[in-house]
Design a protein. Structure first.
Length: 240
């Protein structure tokens, strides 16, 4: 599950295959917990399949309904991730986190809000590390931008600024890195401007580090010039 364009059908098939793949790792308690989660996922997929079918007849759910349904799916994923952690299966955890991108696209389709960001941030980071070509990075950056826009107001308020590993911070930092790697000035400006708006305290160090990267990696001149421009905005950034 490392394809951000994978389908809901792919996600369902992957999850339904997990019990057979993991049987050697499970005692009775873990086996029961896993099967209960799979049953809950089956119910979840039935709901979203019904919603999708109704949408074809122009019976569109509202934003709150999309948010609630999406929340439920992401919470189930977090429970599955926790189970993989307890089983010490990091490779399975990473595969399961990729499913969060499929769920996020479903939430975005119906205008819902994203309230559970952690699995998405981890999935984005995994994909960014795997991608090299510009078009793939651009598609990833676009999805990251859509998730930023769809995040709940509570997440956007960024109340716990003391935690450097908080998902909201990591999302913007990784988005800035992905945008830089696209070499696309419009994508970079969008990511950088929103980094300044949402995380002004982080922006200065991000652009300083970006310039150091320019010195060690062979980035095109136009990318270097844009990073340098934003780095020079230090007084503006520090006053936000």
């Amino acid at each position: 599950m490392n394809d951000p364009m994978a389908s809901l059908k792919d996600a369902k098939e992957f999850l339904n295959q997990l019990p057979g793949q993991l049987d050697d790792y499970l005692d009775d308690a873990y086996r029961t917990a896993l099967h209960r989660l799979i049953e809950s996922f089956d119910q979840f997929f039935n709901v979203i399949t019904s919603v999708n079918l109704q949408a074809r007849d122009n019976q569109i759910i509202n934003r709150n309904e999309a948010t609630d349904i999406g929340d439920h799916g992401l919470v189930l994923l977090l429970k599955m991730v926790d189970l993989m952690e307890r089983l010490d299966l990091p490779h399975k955890r990473r595969e399961i986190e990729q499913i969060s991108l499929i769920f996020a696209r479903w939430i975005l389709r119906y205008g819902g809000r994203v309230n559970h960001l952690e699995p998405l941030v981890n999935a984005f980071a995994q994909l960014a590390n795997m991608m090299q070509d510009s078009n793939s990075l651009k598609r990833l950056s676009e999805l990251m931008t859509q998730v930023v826009d769809a995040c709940s107001e509570e997440i956007k308020q960024d109340l716990d600024k003391s935690d450097e590993f908080r998902p909201w911070r990591l999302l913007h930092i990784n988005r800035g890195i992905v945008a830089t790697r696209t070499h696309d000035l419009e994508i970079m400006r969008t990511a950088f401007d929103e980094l300044i708006v949402y995380l002004p305290q982080e922006a200065t160090s991000f652009f300083d580090e970006g310039m150091r990267e320019m010195d060690t990696l062979e980035y095109p001149r136009h990318v270097r010039e844009l990073i340098a421009f934003y780095q020079m905005q230090r007084p503006t950034i520090s006053l936000h």
